[in-house]
Ligand binder design. Structure first.
Ligand SMILES: [Zn+2]
Length: 271
């Protein structure tokens, strides 16, 4: 079966798109349709065009997956746990070879994305492993490939014992983080997608749209930063593999306070 997907965001869809159809995820104000218009592709076309998947260890128990093909270019994460493995922010490409590489580390039992830009080809990955896909109820409207493998969740959801999804909202209403307290030698890891983005200078950002630079309010940024303080973690990764290696909760708090001060006007005298 041919799996169609948007060439810009890489998200899979059911069936072939119509000639005038535009990807709803890219038409939204948080993404963009390229200047030369909507383009669609397929997994087979990506493979024919030489799309490469890289699978590599990030740190003990945590692997990364990236693809040179269609999509936003996220780094998926594979968490290895005794109760089964979890695939986070799945990439927009898949191959038999990489499925075998992933399987060598144990079965993937659950797949989840931080938000709809990161859906990738999540159903295709789920079918390769017989895994469940967890989609936040508040973002169900963005699904373009409904499937029996999908379970909806909201609030918090334990994915496998010791790994929990938490809905923090902000970027999307259903935006989530994945908390893994056993990771990082027991000091804890938060996989934050871009619910909390890691900047070049290792501070954090909180945005409704990253490509279109639409900020979130002070109240929402405070809510997100306050919520994650409840979780035990020292290290935070975003959806491109960028990391706050140590003291991540304090960095998130300081970064949130900076964002709040700027949008409140504390620094208007500097502008
Ligand atoms: Zn798209």
């Amino acid at each position: 079966m041919e799996i169609w997907q948007c060439a810009t965001c890489g998200v899979e869809r059911s069936g072939q798109p119509g000639a005038q159809e535009v990807c709803p995820i890219c038409a939204d104000e948080r993404q963009y349709v390229p200047l030369d218009g909507q383009r669609w592709t397929t997994l087979a076309a990506q493979a024919a065009n030489g799309a490469v998947i890289d699978f590599f260890e990030v740190e003990p128990g945590l692997f990364g997956l990236t693809s040179s093909g269609a999509g936003i270019g996220q780094q998926a994460m594979l968490l290895i746990t005794p109760a089964g493995n979890v695939l986070w922010d799945p990439i927009s490409m898949i191959s038999d070879a990489v499925v075998e590489q992933v399987k060598a580390h144990g079965e993937v039992v659950a797949i989840a994305a931080s938000h709809p830009h990161m859906f990738g080809v999540q159903v295709e990955w789920a079918r390769a492993f017989g895994a469940r896909v967890l989609v936040n109820q508040d973002d169900a409207q963005w699904l373009q490939r409904p499937d029996g493998s999908i379970d909806f969740w909201s609030g918090s959801r334990e994915v496998v014992p010791g790994v929990t999804l938490h809905q923090v909202g902000g970027h999307f209403k259903g935006s989530a983080v994945l908390h893994w307290p056993a990771g990082n030698a027991g000091r804890g890891i938060l996989l934050a997608g871009d619910s909390i983005f890691v900047n070049q200078d290792r501070t954090a950002a909180f945005m409704r749209s990253y490509p279109n630079k639409i900020p979130l309010s002070a109240a929402v940024v405070d809510r997100i930063a306050t919520t994650v303080q409840e979780f035990a973690f020292d290290r935070l990764y975003n959806n491109f593999g960028s990391v706050l290696p140590h003291d991540a909760p304090a960095v998130v708090r300081r970064s949130a306070d900076r964002h709040i001060a700027w949008v409140r006007g504390d620094f208007d005298h500097l502008t």
